[in-house]
Design a protein around this ligand. Structure first.
Ligand SMILES: C[S@@+](CC[C@H](N)C(=O)[O-])C[C@H]1O[C@@H](n2cnc3c(N)ncnc32)[C@H](O)[C@@H]1O
Length: 273
């Protein structure tokens, strides 16, 4: 495990613990003074998970991405376990972007509390299969609890790094990911692994943070922390070149909204020839 992995793991382990503790508190009684306790909100915010844990459950949203209530998903998230919504730390809706079809096999890189895995499971149906991959044990525990609550049988959560995917070559139809690749210690390796596990003709539908091309590493770091999904973000050109170098075709990057000065949430699509 690299230093970056450990920094990122510690932050998201803390975020998972916040959501799990709130879920346990809800199970044993009503939350004090708050009808709708809010989630970890660690992504894209410079608040640490400890700050989030300290914050009042009705406090202001610190994140620029998910608000921990599934609002990035519109009606898609209806009926999901509350803890899956509260653990939502993404910056878009990759499930909608990937246009999943019944029977497909899907891999979610950095699956967190499992929101995109559970939504994908609905779309691919009983004849399909969805893998969620995450390196953080606390997130995997939370995701597996959410899976049991949702009764999703076509789902498997795997522990591992997105730089070293524990799946065979050419075993996946679609790769999704939500606000994770910016956190990866070795992006080139992630792109190579994505290409390896996708079947020929397979596609990626990802939401992630991207920087304007003219922002250098120091300017990106001035806008937010690495673990907060900002400092480690690639620029649009770096993303496009990285995917092309790994063998992807039809790469497109579409900005959806600004999350910091000249840094954006974006939809990334590409195809393995
Ligand atoms: C910002 S959260 C997003 C979680 C989820 N995709 C969502 O939308 O709620 C980032 C997640 O990616 C995981 N992660 C970050 N870097 C990783 C890596 N190199 N390998 C595996 N998982 C990683 C973290 O443990 C965390 O659960």
């Amino acid at each position: 495990m690299s230093d970056i992995h450990e920094l990122v793991r510690a932050r998201y382990a803390a975020a998972a613990r916040v959501v799990s503790e709130r879920a346990s508190a809800r199970a044993t009684g009503p939350a004090e003074g708050c009808d709708a306790p809010r989630g970890g909100k660690a992504c894209c915010s410079d608040n640490t998970a400890a700050d989030d844990a300290d914050r009042s459950c009705c406090g202001p949203s610190g994140g620029c991405c998910s608000d921990g209530e599934g609002s990035l998903y519109g009606g898609d998230a209806a009926g999901l376990p509350e803890a899956a919504l509260q653990a939502s730390l993404g910056c878009g809706n990759p499930v909608a972007v990937a246009e999943l079809q019944p029977g497909e096999t899907v891999l979610d890189l950095g699956s967190g509390g499992g929101i995109d895995v559970l939504l994908s499971a609905r779309r691919v149906g009983p004849s399909g299969k969805v893998y969620g991959l995450d390196m953080t044990g606390e997130m995997l525990d939370l995701a597996r609890r959410n899976q049991r609550t949702a009764g999703a049988d076509n789902v498997r959560f795997l522990k591992g790094y997105i730089e070293d995917v524990p799946l065979p070559d050419r075993s996946v139809d679609v790769i999704i990911s939500n606000c994770v690749i910016n956190l990866a210690a070795d992006k080139r390796r992630v792109f190579e692994e994505m290409h390896r596990v996708l079947r020929p003709g397979g596609r990626i539908g990802i939401t992630d943070i991207v920087a304007d091309d003219e922002l250098g590493p120091r300017e990106r770091a001035a806008r937010g922390s690495y673990t907060g999904c900002i400092a480690g973000a690639l620029s649009s050109s770096e993303y496009t070149r990285g995917l092309a170098a790994a063998g992807f075709e039809d790469v497109s990057i579409t900005r959806t909204h600004e999350v910091a000065d000249r840094m954006y949430s974006a939809v990334v699509r590409a195809r393995r020839p």
